[in-house]
Design a protein around this ligand. Structure first.
Ligand code: ARG
Length: 458
């Protein structure tokens, strides 16, 4: 039996039913639907719609339903159109006629928006913790590699020497922004639609402030029309997920590149790499490739929901039923990827020798210019003089540090101490201003990062 059969002469066509039903995905809201209904029953008791006995029967029935869901004993029947219908149908079986009063003053429109927000409020901390897990892995590996040097790249061309710890932490901070976005989203999610009815509000004396507090929301929604339309929280969550996906993709792309034989900076552990069915020698970074690929899927989930929302008239339209699947999928995707990336990073082998070998003397060209600046030359002139040195070395087929003193002196105010510039560790150490790659500055970053993970916001 549907909840709306009264005015219809036949039941819904079977194919139409299959299109209309949301049970295959909104059954994930079962626990939230029960919680919302218990709170609503409380509000109806306060409003004098339910007497104490009816309220007790309804709440006992809803508790029993929650237990059935938790144990897997709940049995859906063919006519359960969505999770709300299923819960109400079962409540009727368990609580008798009192169950028929539960939907007084309520609509599935305010109900579903409430359930979905409750679900997201419970999910946000889980996603946050999974991101924090990857941050912890990055931090742990950074801590162990504070003086390991590697080339830093721009345009994917070798640019300047950096420390591995600095590179790892660059990903930590992007993830920190992702977490702060999720934290910020909580306040816009914790606004209660319940008590707004189908669109115009509820005609019974419901204390929505009390209802909001009972369900752990910050406040009731201000406008009933807006409350049943508003899916900003879902779109924002999908944006957060998509942007986190971009950050995971960037990290993954680097991991794919740095684990190639050509780079060889990292070697993945066997537990986090895969083989080829044909080529016995292959060890592939599939898990990072999947993370990179799923970043595209996450972006698609966001654009899909945005396209659904665009052009909808105000209040509830059935199009809004399309909101849940992408949010569930994005959540599942992030919760699947994040711990795997953390495990892969924690267990990889770091080839400091390979990174060091990639530090050709050309990466110290900026430091050569800085050297001339310290001797009093304006930076633009210093840049040009070093540029001439780079060209000369290239013409002679020599690394930059192999020019003779006479050649250096022909190019600008270089002196015998120029050879000392070619120490990459010193180059890194010079970049000790806050946020720089010097081990000294990175140690500060590590402390800040550690404090954030421990929740001691400094
Ligand atoms: N299954 C529906 C959804 O997910 C519940 C709300 C139905 N409301 C309605 N007016 N048909 O959006």
């Amino acid at each position: 039996m549907t909840l709306w059969g009264g005015r219809f002469s036949t039941k819904l066509d079977e194919k139409a039913w299959m299109l209309n039903t949301s049970l295959p995905f909104d059954r994930r809201l079962a626990a939230q639907d029960v919680l919302g209904s218990i709170a609503w029953a409380g509000a109806l008791l306060e409003a004098g719609i339910l007497d104490a006995a009816e309220h007790a029967a309804i709440c006992a029935g809803l508790q029993a339903i929650a237990a059935e869901f938790a144990s897997g004993a709940f049995v859906f029947v063919e006519t359960d159109e969505d999770i709300h219908t299923a819960v109400e149908r079962r409540l009727g079986e368990l609580a008798g006629p009192a169950a028929g009063k539960l939907h007084t003053g309520r609509s599935r429109n305010d109900q579903v928006a409430t359930d979905f927000r409750l679900w997201l409020l419970e999910t946000l901390p889980q996603v946050d913790q999974a991101i924090a897990g990857l941050q912890a892995a990055l931090l742990a590996v950074a801590r162990r590699n504070q003086t390991v040097l590697m080339p830093g790249y721009t345009h994917l061309q070798r640019a300047q020497p950096i420390t591995l710890a600095h590179w790892l932490l660059s990903h930590f901070w992007a993830l920190q922004r992702d977490r702060s976005r999720l934290a910020d989203l909580r306040s816009r999610t914790a606004v209660l639609p319940l008590g707004c009815g189908a669109l115009a509000g509820t005609a019974f004396p419901i204390d929505r402030e009390a209802l909001s507090a009972a369900l752990g929301f910050d406040r009731p929604a201000e406008n009933s029309l807006d409350a049943v339309s508003d899916r900003d929280f879902a779109a924002e969550f999908l944006f957060c997920a998509a942007l986190t996906g971009q950050h995971l993709s960037r990290l993954s792309e680097a991991m794919v590149l740095f684990t190639t034989a050509e780079f060889g900076f990292f070697e993945l552990s066997d537990a986090f790499s895969t083989g080829s069915s044909l080529m016995p020698q292959k060890k592939n970074p599939d898990l990072f490739e999947l993370a990179r690929g799923k970043a595209g899927t996450l972006l698609g989930l966001l654009t899909g929901l945005m396209a659904t929302l665009k052009g909808l008239p105000s209040t509830y339209d059935k199009d809004l039923q399309e909101d849940k699947a992408p949010v569930f999928q994005a959540t599942d995707t992030l919760l699947a990827i994040l711990p795997v990336l953390a495990g892969a990073l924690e267990t990889m082998t770091i080839r400091a020798d390979k990174m060091r070998a990639a530090l050709d003397p050309g990466l110290l060209a900026t430091d050569l210019a800085d050297y001339l600046v310290r001797k009093g030359l304006p930076f633009r002139e210093a840049h040009a003089a070093v540029g001439r040195a780079v060209r000369l070395a290239a013409q002679k087929g020599l690394p930059l540090d192999q020019l003779s003193l006479a050649e250096w002196q022909s190019l600008g105010p270089f002196e015998a101490d120029v050879t000392r510039v070619f120490d990459p560790l010193e180059a890194v150490q010079r970049r000790s201003a806050a946020g720089g790659t010097a081990p000294e500055a990175v140690a500060q970053q590590i402390e800040q990062a550690q404090n954030l993970l421990q929740g001691e916001k400094s």
